[in-house]
Each structure stands twice: as structure tokens, then as C-alpha cells.
Design a protein around this ligand. Structure first.
Ligand code: ASP
Length: 321
């Protein structure tokens, strides 16, 4: 509490991964967009609007900029297509998710429509989502890969053809040919509003060279995100296949339930995935029910940015440099 009021605010991340050369050049650009995202979300909260509005707003900024692995910046499947996943969950446990949402500009907003306008939690499939979007009057717009993503896809396809392997996908390599946390940039946000309500949201293109139809942790409640008013809220990033196996965000919230604050709970969840699934697998951001912040990772980097009402400016960190 700050002067008897909830410490409202939000934290956003720009994906966990290892440090690549290209990324070093982009630190300025990425940190500027993370700050822009936090500023937009914070403004929503300052006006007294909900954490759901703030998370949607913050993620929309990151989906639109094309710099992160979300929205127009989404990485591509082995077929060279965009198949993004996104989800949103409130502390009252209302939630909505979409998988393969390539037919809208902002997958996070379509996930919110699933939450608010349907009786389901997760809707998957391009054609199916197109029909759903039409039924709820959601504007359609085909996401097109950025030039950078196309180039990277061509490069990886070349590697696949010459070596018979897809980095990061050992078994897939024999199907067609360990990827890919090496191209970080998924986005996520967790917010607490001035009524103390929590919301967690995530949006991703998935992992580079994934098989068509693959759905990652970002669309799966408990794995890629979780929220519960009584304890806190969390969002994960990293290797979705490993995050799903340990239900990472539910694990972090369970640690908060045992009395840990957001930071200790996030560290405990990351220790858990490091022990069970190895290092280099994940990062997490969280807020506990008292408005405490948690940020943890077992990867080289997870750029993130945040502002709470107890602070007078935005902080940005986690580039690992
Ligand atoms: N967790 C995402 C996925 O596996 C990717 C990421 O966070 O970079 O789909």
C-alpha cells in the first residue's frame, strides 16, 4: 500500500533468451518500445481504469511495433507462416486465449473477446478464429511477416536443407529436421489497478521453425500465465514445451500462496524449472496481491520494464549486458 492505496502499476517483458549479436544492436530500440508500452499501460491505470485494460493496452503497443516476437513481429513456422498465440487472465480467474490467431492485428484483444464474449477459455485455428471474430464483430486483418522474419526463415530453411537439422527441434528435425529461445521477443504484461485487481497477459509468435499446428505455453492457463486475487499473477516466456511441463505460472502463484512475495516466488519457480528441465529455459514476471514485483530468469536475458505508483519513473532492465 502507498498512502493507504494499492501500489498500482505494471511490468512488461520482451522475451527471454540468449544474447545474440543482432540483439545487441537493438537494445535501444527494444528498451524504447518497452518503456512506451509501460507508459501507455500506466496511463490507463492512473486514470482509474482496470488492470485488464492496462495489460491489453501495453501488449498492443508491443504487438504493433514489429520488433518483438508478437503480432506483426511474430516468428514463422517451418512453412514460413505466422501462427501466434495470446492469452489474458484476471485475478477472478476469468480468462481467454487464442492459438493461431494470424487473422487479426492484435491477438491479445481477440483473446480478451474469447474471455468476455464466449463461454470458452481457448479457441484455436485460423478458420475457426476467423468465424469467431466475425460473430463478435472483431475486425479482421491478416498479419504479414516482417522482412526480418522472412530473411531469418530463409536462412533457417537453408540450414535445414544443408544440414538436415532445425536448431532446437531435435525430433522435428527427423520429421522434416533446438531452437529457439535464441530468437527472443515474446511479450507479456502483469498489472495491478487502483482497486487492487490483478491481470496477466501474453502474446507470442511462438518459436521459430515450429511445426504447423503447434500451440505453446502462451495460450495455456497455468503454464504461460496465471492470476488469482488471493495470491498474485504471473506471465512466463521461454521454451514453451518446458514451461508447460512444470505449469510454471501456476507454480509461481502456488509459491505466493505459501507466503512468498512475488520476487521469492518467481525465483522459486525458476529454480524449479532449472532443476527439472534445465537452465536457459524460462523467464517470469509477477505481481503479488500486495503489489510487490517479481522478475526472474534462467536465461541470459529478459528485457523488462515497469512502473508502480510508488515510483516516479519507469525502470528498464534485464538486457544482460
Ligand atoms: N513461450 C513462447 C512459446 O514457446 C516463446 C517465448 O516466450 O519466446 O511459444
Amino acid at each position: 500500500l502507498v498512502h493507504g492505496k494499492p501500489n498500482f502499476g505494471l511490468v512488461v517483458h520482451g522475451g527471454a533468451g540468449s544474447i545474440r549479436r543482432e540483439l545487441k544492436k537493438e537494445v535501444g530500440k527494444r528498451s524504447a518500445y518497452l518503456r512506451k508500452s509501460v507508459a501507455a499501460g500506466y496511463e490507463v491505470l492512473r486514470k482509474g481504469r482496470s488492470s485488464t485494460d492496462a495489460v491489453e493496452r501495453a501488449i498492443t503497443v508491443l504487438e504493433d511495433c514489429g520488433v518483438f516476437n508478437a503480432g506483426s513481429g511474430s516468428c514463422l513456422t517451418v512453412e514460413g507462416k505466422i501462427e501466434p498465440d495470446a492469452a489474458l487472465m484476471n485475478g477472478d480467474q476469468s480468462c481467454g486465449a487464442v492459438a493461431h490467431a494470424s487473422i487479426v492485428k492484435n491477438p491479445i484483444s481477440l483473446a480478451r473477446s474469447v474471455m468476455e464474449k464466449s463461454d470458452h477459455v481457448l479457441i484455436a485455428g485460423t478458420r475457426e478464429l476467423e468465424e469467431f471474430a466475425r460473430a463478435v464483430g472483431f475486425p479482421l486483418s491478416q498479419l504479414e511477416p516482417t522482412a526480418y522474419r522472412r530473411l531469418e526463415w530463409k536462412r533457417r530453411l537453408g540450414e535445414l536443407k544443408s544440414s538436415g537439422k532445425i536448431a532446437g527441434w531435435p525430433r522435428n528435425s527427423t520429421l522434416v529436421s533446438k531452437s529457439y529461445i535464441k530468437s527472443p521477443g515474446t511479450v507479456g504484461a502483469v498489472a495491478m489497478d487502483s482497486n487492487g485487481k490483478l491481470c496477466a497477459g501474453v502474446s507470442t509468435g511462438g518459436r521459430f521453425m515450429k511445426l504447423p499446428g503447434r500451440i505453446g505455453d502462451s495460450a495455456i492457463v497455468g503454464a504461460g500465465l496465471y492470476a488469482d486475487y488471493d495470491v498474485g499473477a504471473a506471465v512466463a516466456t521461454g521454451e514453451g514445451e518446458e514451461i508447460i511441463k512444470v505449469c510454471l505460472c501456476k507454480a509461481a502463484c502456488d509459491f505466493m500462496k505459501l507466503g512468498l512475495d512475488a520476487q521469492d516466488a518467481s525465483d522459486a519457480a525458476i529454480n524449479l524449472i532449472s532443476q527439472k528441465r534445465g537452465r536457459g529455459t524460462a523467464g517470469i514476471i509477477s505481481i503479488d496481491r500486495l503489489g510487490g514485483l517479481g522478475v526472474s530468469r534462467n536465461t541470459q536475458m529478459m528485457p523488462h520494464s515497469y512502473r508502480f505508483s510508488s515510483m516516479n519513473k519507469i525502470e528498464t532492465n534485464g538486457f544482460g549486458l
